[in-house]
Design a protein around this ligand. Structure first.
Ligand code: NAP
Length: 257
């Protein structure tokens, strides 16, 4: 993604993948403070620790309890950000959907779901139902973001889905498993729904195929990846890209598989 963006925008930017052991983040961040890196993307299992170990945090990162992007300031200090919230909101906006006043069903209660719940609250969602495999986690998330935990069963979801407008799929179900759906058998989707799946491998997950067959609007997980990446690029470089860049990047990533 960032190699493609650097070439397209003519930026002198190098971006490397570095494996950091689970107990090695503090030392690695010292190297960043010393100037080895101007910015970092952070992924599993370091997102929570990155927030703790950074020198400052953006309010959105603090709200989600995790950082997926660090920026080195001119003073060498590291500021923690969470660009997943922006990724979710802008992916929806690109498809003409807003979470403001929307009736939202969130599937999952992990890190990505937390960003989604925070985004829904910040946008002023009308209802926020949260369903997760382990109900204690959906109860915790619902408590933190004034949502309503619902069991991940077809009976419970049958009372929620008919009135829902947006489904945000933030479990890892479907990842590398094109036949798996996070919804229990018997759940009925409908054409007034927008369904966004955060899983992007495969691009057309079982959930998106089922939603498309029901006439719903579907948004694949690459859109969130693209928009959270563009947010990181802006934080690192100050570059705000033209509107045609996101769809071109989405097309490039979809073709690259
Ligand atoms: N598109 C993007 O830019 C983007 C960004 C971030 C994440 N993601 C994707 O979003 C997904 C979640 O990421 P995360 O960071 O939130 O992971 P996480 O913190 O590990 O959370 C995983 C979630 O998936 C649920 N889950 C896992 N296996 C399940 C199963 N067999 N049945 C039902 N639920 C199951 C977990 O439920 P329990 O709590 O019950 O275990 C939990 O809610 C991943 O696929 C990730 O690749 C995409």
């Amino acid at each position: 993604m960032f190699g493609w963006l650097a070439a397209r925008l003519g930026l002198a930017l190098t971006y490397d993948a570095v494996r950091v052991p689970s107990d090695g983040l503090a030392d690695f961040l010292e190297e960043a403070r010393a100037g080895r890196w101007d910015g970092l993307s952070v992924t599993i299992p370091h997102k929570q620790n990155a927030l703790v170990l950074a020198d400052r945090s953006d309010p959105r990162a603090a709200r989600t309890g995790a950082a997926n992007c660090l920026v080195r300031g001119t003073d060498g200090r590291l500021v923690a950000h969470n660009t997943d919230m922006e990724g979710i909101v802008r992916a929806l906006a690109h498809h003409g959907v807003s979470l403001g006043h929307a009736r939202v069903l969130l599937l999952g209660a992990g890190g990505a779901a937390r960003a989604a719940a925070a985004a829904a609250r910040e946008a002023g969602a009308g209802r926020l139902w949260i369903a997760n495999r382990h109900p204690t986690r959906s109860l915790d998330l619902a408590r933190a973001f004034e949502g309503e935990a619902v069991p991940l069963t077809s009976e419970a979801l049958a009372t929620v889905l008919p009135g829902a407008e947006v489904v945000l799929q933030a479990t890892s179900v479907g990842l590398d498993a094109p036949g798996d759906s996070p919804l229990p058998p018997g759940c009925v989707l409908h054409e007034r729904l927008t369904v966004m799946d955060m899983v992007y491998r495969p691009l057309r997950t079982r959930l998106l195929r089922d939603a498309g067959a029901a006439g719903a609007r579907t948004i694949d997980g690459l859109w969130m990846l693209v928009f959270q990446g563009l947010a990181a690029l802006r934080l690192w470089t100050g570059v705000e890209v033209a509107p045609d860049v996101a769809p071109a990047l989405h097309e490039h990533l979809a073709e690259a598989g």
